[in-house]
Design a protein. Structure first.
Length: 93
């Protein structure tokens, strides 16, 4: 992610928060360890998660294993997810 592009698209304050959230994601051992950004499941199937950036933007990501870890009900077991794919960074849609 290019800092200049992030600033242009999101504004300087939100871009700074974006890089903080990306660092948090890299350091976390699971989504439940993320300290900021109100991590929450997206949709009823909970196949992806979102983090809020400032008041206007989101990072949306999904598990990205060859075979995603699943619980006994077939849902993603986010405690065991160690690889993610960023699906969206930008303004709330």
């Amino acid at each position: 992610m290019n800092a200049d592009v992030a600033k242009e698209c999101l504004g300087a304050t939100v871009a700074e928060q974006l890089f903080g959230r990306l660092a948090d994601i890299e350091a976390a051992t699971s989504v439940y360890d993320l300290p900021l950004g109100n991590p929450h499941a997206v949709g009823d199937d909970e196949e992806s998660y979102a983090l809020v950036i400032g008041d206007t933007a989101l990072i949306i990501f999904a598990a990205n294993h060859n075979q995603n870890p699943r619980d006994s009900d077939g849902h993603i077991d986010w405690n065991l997810v160690s690889r993610i794919r960023i699906l969206h960074i930008g303004k709330h849609e």
